[in-house]
Design a protein around this ligand. Structure first.
Ligand code: ADP
Ligand code: XUL
Length: 629
């Protein structure tokens, strides 16, 4: 391998951003100017398949106790850290220049440390010829970590919902119960699959705090924003919720048939295992441990800053301000929203923002994104006998040819949907704007052909996002809205539109069990950023933008290595705050080096936000009629 040392010559200080995802570990190197200089990585399947038997980075377990369990080997992660640092060593990487490390890890997974681990961790530096995994052989009570794709906790999910209630749990922890969330995974181990090992566990980390702990040579506390993916953390009160801890530990008074004393002890015991939550901060957690200093040449000035979850790291890889939305249009659609409003819902997630104390990150995860659109593209290409069956040209031509809402809408869920929670189905409806009557329509009838599906799927997907984003988008966040006067009617007009809408659709519009308000229906995003495969389709993102109606523009972005970059930026921002001895506004920091309009591709849309109010009402009504499993 030829050395890349010249890459680093002109940088005085360097930062490392980790990305420990499902299938690989990547480390990105940045400098004070936020330039990404290089990346090093290892693919788990390519390097460790023979040792750990993983496929796409995970192991699937299907036995009577654990149907649908998916786990990642903890020792593989340790090997991957040694391996990637080894690659950097071979590359003559100047480890002595690194002053800060942070990173991004897959969310929800947990690591269970044994009683031995404290001592082993503190002595790693005495045995640098032995790998991390060799030294930590007895460091864990479970050698695997539950992965976010795990579906083995159906029983625990029901128990969490029964004990707390779906909406109540969302209010407390920012999310309803989910298979993958850490609290349910802990309960499964503690009550069903291995109570003995659970009892023997000394500490429990999330994947993010696990990696930070390895680098520090001591177990560190869980970082607050990633803690919001546990179904255990009480976000408004910023502490673990005792009743949720009781559930996770298997000592809930209603569900577990235990004495008061057992409940009390069980909660205290789990609290001790989890440790405190480390609040959002720029302060370092200590210097990199002697193992890494002696083995690779890091210096004591290399500080470790708390690691966070991958979605959280993604939002800090871009200069996202309050009310900005990031739409990731991959196989599925994920929408990330920066918000000051803690308005939980059972249909999305809220997390604390990892670098801005007063903000939250909303996350809406849709199952049916690109694949559902592809099905319609295929039908259109068939109808018009398009040779290249994967071409989007005809689909786009149809989409571009009817720009305004024509009162037709379909819901296309080839797969069961998470948001709204519904089984696989397709339904189409037409609104008569003069009588306000809604009629169900059939494909290939006199009222509807496959061309109608084209606009209809893009519109309904965007409108679904508009309905859910509304409650999170606050008008009082202080965004300077340079275009608002020209595109948004004044308050009285909006009130009239809202009144008209509720009259037309017979009262309140309900989304996910909650009534929409004037404020939620008329809130607009600040800016929308589009990433992922389908963001390459200008016709699709233009239509989405015209419906979502961001007041300060639409941007298509490509952020290769977003998660790792978010980690590296977190490290350099933290380092700069520490030098100053005070908070630096994260966006001021990023914007200093990141001119959005120069760096990102903005695109113009015809603003049809107002014209789509009928669509908002129609979709809300149609959602009320969806079938559930
Ligand atoms: P992943 O979610 O696996 O990371 P990508 O972000 O690469 O996937 O997105 C893949 C999806 O993007 C595909 O399902 C495809 O339908 C969609 N896609 C890619 N290019 C286009 C395009 N030009 N128009 C519409 N959709 C596209
Ligand atoms: C988020 C989630 C996934 C993982 C992927 O809730 O489960 O996005 O974080 O690593």
């Amino acid at each position: 391998m030829t050395s890349s040392t010249s890459l680093y010559e002109s940088s005085k200080s360097l930062y490392l951003g980790f990305d420990l995802s499902t299938q690989q570990l990547k480390i990105i190197v940045t400098n004070d100017a936020l330039q990404a200089l290089n990346t090093y990585h290892v693919e788990f399947d390519a390097q460790f398949k023979s040792k750990y038997g993983v496929t796409k980075g995970v192991l699937s377990i299907d036995n009577e106790l654990e149907q649908g369990a998916i786990v990642s080997p903890v020792f593989m992660w340790l090997d991957s850290i040694d391996y990637v640092f080894g690659l950097m060593n071979e590359d003559e990487f100047p480890f002595d220049k690194v002053v800060g490390i942070s990173g991004s890890c897959q969310q929800h997974g947990s690591v269970f440390w044994s009683q031995d681990s404290e001592q082993i961790l503190s002595k790693l530096g005495e045995n640098i010829n032995q790998s991390l995994s060799e030294q930590l052989k007895t460091g864990f009570t479970f050698e695997n970590s539950p992965n976010w794709q795990d579906h083995s906790t159906g029983k625990e999910l029901k128990e969490f919902e029964e004990a707390i209630g779906v909406d109540e749990l969302s209010e407390i922890s920012g999310s309803r119960a989910h298979y993958r969330f850490t609290g349910l995974q802990i309960r499964k181990l503690a009550t069903r699959t291995n109570p003995k090992k659970y009892q023997e566990t000394w500490r429990i980390s999330l994947v993010s705090s696990f990696v930070a702990s390895i680098l520090l040579g001591k177990v560190v506390n869980i970082e607050e924003s990633d803690a919001c993916g546990m179904n255990l953390y009480d976000i408004p009160h910023q502490k673990f919720n005792d009743e949720l801890l009781a559930l996770a530990a298997g000592v809930h008074p209603k569900i577990d048939n235990v004495t008061e004393e057992e409940t009390k002890n069980g909660i205290a015991n789990l609290k001790q295992k989890l440790g405190e939550i480390s609040p959002i901060t720029y302060e370092n957690e200590g210097s990199i441990s002697s193992y890494f200093q002696s083995k690779y040449g890091f210096k004591d000035h290399c500080k470790i800053y708390s690691f966070t979850g991958d979605n959280l790291a993604t939002i800090i890889s871009l200069p996202l301000a309050p009310n900005d939305c990031l739409l990731s249009l991959g196989t599925s659609t994920t929408v990330l929203i920066i918000t000051k409003n803690y308005k939980p819902s059972s249909q999305y997630h809220l997390f604390k923002h990892p670098t801005m104390r007063d903000e939250y990150m909303g996350m809406i995860c849709y199952c049916n994104g690109s694949l559902a659109r592809e099905k319609i593209r295929d039908k259109v290409n068939q109808k018009y006998q398009i040779e290249d069956e994967k071409s989007w040209d005809k689909f786009n031509q149809i989409l571009d040819s009817n720009e305004k809402f024509n009162n037709k809408l379909g819901i296309y869920f080839p797969l069961g949907e998470i948001v709204p929670n519904a089984s696989a189905q397709t339904t189409r409806a037409i609104l008569n704007p003069s009588t306000n009557e809604i009629k169900v329509a059939e494909l290939n009838s006199s009222h509807w052909n496959v061309d109608d599906d084209v606009s209809s799927i893009v519109e309904s997907q965007a409108l679904s996002c508009r309905l859910r984003a509304g409650p999170m988008l606050s008008k009082s966040s202080g965004n300077e809205d340079s275009r608002e006067s020209s595109v948004t009617p004044d308050k009285e007009n909006l009130a009239a539109i809202y009144k008209d809408l509720t009259t037309k659709f017979d009262g309140d519009l309900i989304t996910d069990g909650k009534a929409q308000t004037l404020e939620s229906l008329t809130a607009r995003p600040n800016r929308c950023f589009y990433v992922g495969g389908a963001s390459n389709n200008t016709s699709i993102i233009k239509r989405m933008g015209s419906i979502l109606g961001p007041v300060n523009g639409n941007y298509k972005v490509e952020i290769p290595n977003a998660c790792a970059l978010g980690g590296a930026y977190k490290a350099s921002w933290s380092h700069e705050c520490e030098l100053k001895g005070d908070w630096i506004d994260y966006n001021d920091y990023i914007n200093r080096l990141f001119d959005v309009n120069q760096e990102l591709e903005s695109f113009e849309v015809h603003d049809h936000w107002i014209d789509y109010f009928n669509g908002v009402g129609l979709l809300a009504k149609m959602e009320q009629t969806l079938k559930h499993d």
